[in-house]
Design a protein around this ligand. Structure first.
Ligand code: GDP
Ligand code: MG
Length: 512
């Protein structure tokens, strides 16, 4: 999806003038891509007509007659972006304070605390609902850890008597994070268990009591009746619906049905670490006007992140979470590297040339930042690279190290270059010079690499002796050096696109 929307925007940047016809074309491609990502068809149609009239009015306004095409383009992009952000953020427009910093933010859902704040010294009951396999038990555990870390005395109740081994699963999860749990191997009535579990935790002055319920493969009357009964028995302060990011077009119907039966006040979207981009989440929020509180980004208890609309949408649009990454880099304490980092950010922001040395800098920063796959996922192009490393942090870390070795074997000239001096067109005796023809050739080989399914076309470039030297010097292979350069080029291209004066970055930094 991201690629298709990006392509649409790129096409727009190719047309000489931004007029009604080119905007129509852009909106058509964007909307097709959104539908493919399982955003509800009706929502997409609304987006299309609203953005169109909004943009048309702006462009026809005499006051804006002197806008450059770049400015016009920006307006269209911003309108699409803002519209999508508003869709996933039903609190949009309300003044809120940030959970962590306490700072007032202009609008929208700034964090989980905007949706629900447990009261200290009182029992706060949270009930989970959702289909079987959506990630309820996992998310219950994650939320328990989240509140436990924030100083709440937290307990877990297993009211899933439907699925075999449900209690053992919760027990195991809870023990791992040292959270007390309640359940039974013999009691088969989920209502009785949840009532008894909540009562017992209340008696022991627990502050956050999380009730995990059973699911079914489908929405069934039986399940809805059970949810209503548990709801009546435990009278939750908050009910959370868990939604699998892979749900697809079924998101709307499912979220509506659960809303009617369980009246949930928040959503957790799980499995956003996988391939799903979460188009279904947009449909669910729009259909039920219920905010997303957290997203699940992995199978471990710590893989829970507060939901933020802007990064979510920029990721959906394939822009990578550049703002998130910049925040991370800025908050990072780097021994003496801070100034260099500032320079780097400025450079990216101004659309300067992104050299191999800059890429090396990014890689080494990423390595110092903790769970690799999380951070790297925020860089456009990096997710793909890491999935090539087997997806887990250790494999990715090994891969990153080898990339660093490659840069270690480069000369200063090579590091400051854009990498073209490592290629030479085949059937050319000329020394490698940075001409446009050669770039085109190198790019077509990059594109060919990506689509592995296609028959491998004849390579049109080969690596220079420099590349062989770097491979030898770093203890890697020419193939790895080539791969490194390919990834560098990919990231550089995206960064330049987003960071250029026409890019989104400025708008996003300006708090679009
Ligand atoms: P439940 O039936 O709704 O309780 O779902 P579970 O919590 O048992 O989760 C079903 C499967 O999804 C398990 O294999 C979980 O490890 C997995 N899962 C849950 N949340 C996430 C997530 O955010 N990311 C990934 N990758 N897997 C998840
Ligand atoms: Mg479960």
């Amino acid at each position: 999806l991201g690629r298709r929307i990006n392509t649409a925007f790129q096409d727009l940047s190719k047309v000489p003038t931004v007029d009604a016809a080119s905007i129509d074309q852009l909106l058509k491609s964007v909307c097709n891509a959104l539908i493919e990502a399982d955003v509800n068809v009706k929502l997409v149609a609304n987006l299309r007509s609203q953005v169109k009239s909004q943009v048309t009015a702006l462009l026809n306004d005499k006051a804006n007659a002197n806008w450059s095409d770049a400015q016009r383009r920006q307006r269209v992009q911003k309108a699409v972006f803002d519209h999508l952000v508003a869709l996933v953020d039903p609190l949009h427009g309300q003044t809120k304070t940030d959970d962590e910093s306490g700072a007032v933010v202009a609008s929208g859902n700034a964090g989980p605390g905007d949706i629900f704040k447990p009261k200290k010294g009182k029992p706060n009951v949270i009930m989970f609902v959702g289909l079987q396999g959506s990630g309820k038990t996992t998310s219950c555990t994650k939320l328990a850890l989240y509140y436990q870390k924030r100083g709440f005395k937290t307990g877990l109740v297993c009211a899933d008597t439907f699925r075999a081994g449900a209690f053992d699963q919760l027990k195991q999860n809870a023990s791992k994070i040292n959270v007390p749990f309640y359940g039974s191997y013999t009691e088969t009535d989920p209502v009785a268990i949840s009532a008894a579990g909540v009562a017992s935790f209340k008696q022991n002055r627990f502050e956050v009591i999380i009730v995990d319920t059973s699911g079914r493969h489908k929405q069934e009357q039986e399940l809805f009746d059970e949810m209503r009964e548990i709801d009546a028995a435990v009278t939750p302060d908050l009910t959370i619906m868990v939604l699998d990011a892979n749900i697809g077009q079924a998101a709307e119907a499912q979220s509506r049905a659960f809303k009617e039966a369980a009246g949930y006040g928040a959503i957790i979207v799980t499995k956003l670490d996988g391939h799903a981009k979460g188009g279904g989440a947009i449909s669910a929020v729009a259909a039920t006007k219920t905010p997303i509180m957290f997203i699940g980004t992995g199978e471990h208890a710590a893989d829970l992140e507060p939901f933020r609309a802007q990064p979510f949408i920029s990721k959906l649009l394939g822009m990578g979470d550049i703002t998130g990454l910049m925040d991370k880099m800025e908050e990072m304490q780097m021994n003496g590297g801070q100034e260099r980092q500032q320079e780097m950010l400025k450079k990216i922001g101004e659309g300067g040339v992104f050299s191999i040395r800059d890429w090396r800098e990014q890689l080494s920063n990423i390595m110092g930042m903790g769970p690799l796959s999380k951070i790297a996922g925020m860089i456009p192009g990096m997710g793909q690279m890491l999935s090539g490393a087997g997806g887990d942090d250790e494999a990715a870390g090994g891969k990153m190290k080898r990339m660093m070795f490659i840069t270690d074997a480069m000369t200063a000239e090579e590091l400051d270059s854009d990498g073209r001096l490592f290629y030479v067109p085949i059937r050319s005796k000329k020394p490698p010079v940075a001409d446009t023809k050669e770039v085109a050739i190198a790019e077509s080989s990059t594109a060919a690499e990506k689509s592995k399914k296609k028959k491998k076309p004849q390579p049109k470039v080969r690596m220079t002796a420099r590349a062989r030297r770097v491979a030898r010097g770093s203890g890697t292979s020419v193939k790895e050096v080539e791969e490194f350069l390919m990834q560098y080029r990919m990231v550089g291209k995206m960064i330049n696109r987003f960071g250029g004066k026409d890019g989104w970055l400025k708008q996003m930094q300006g708090g679009a």
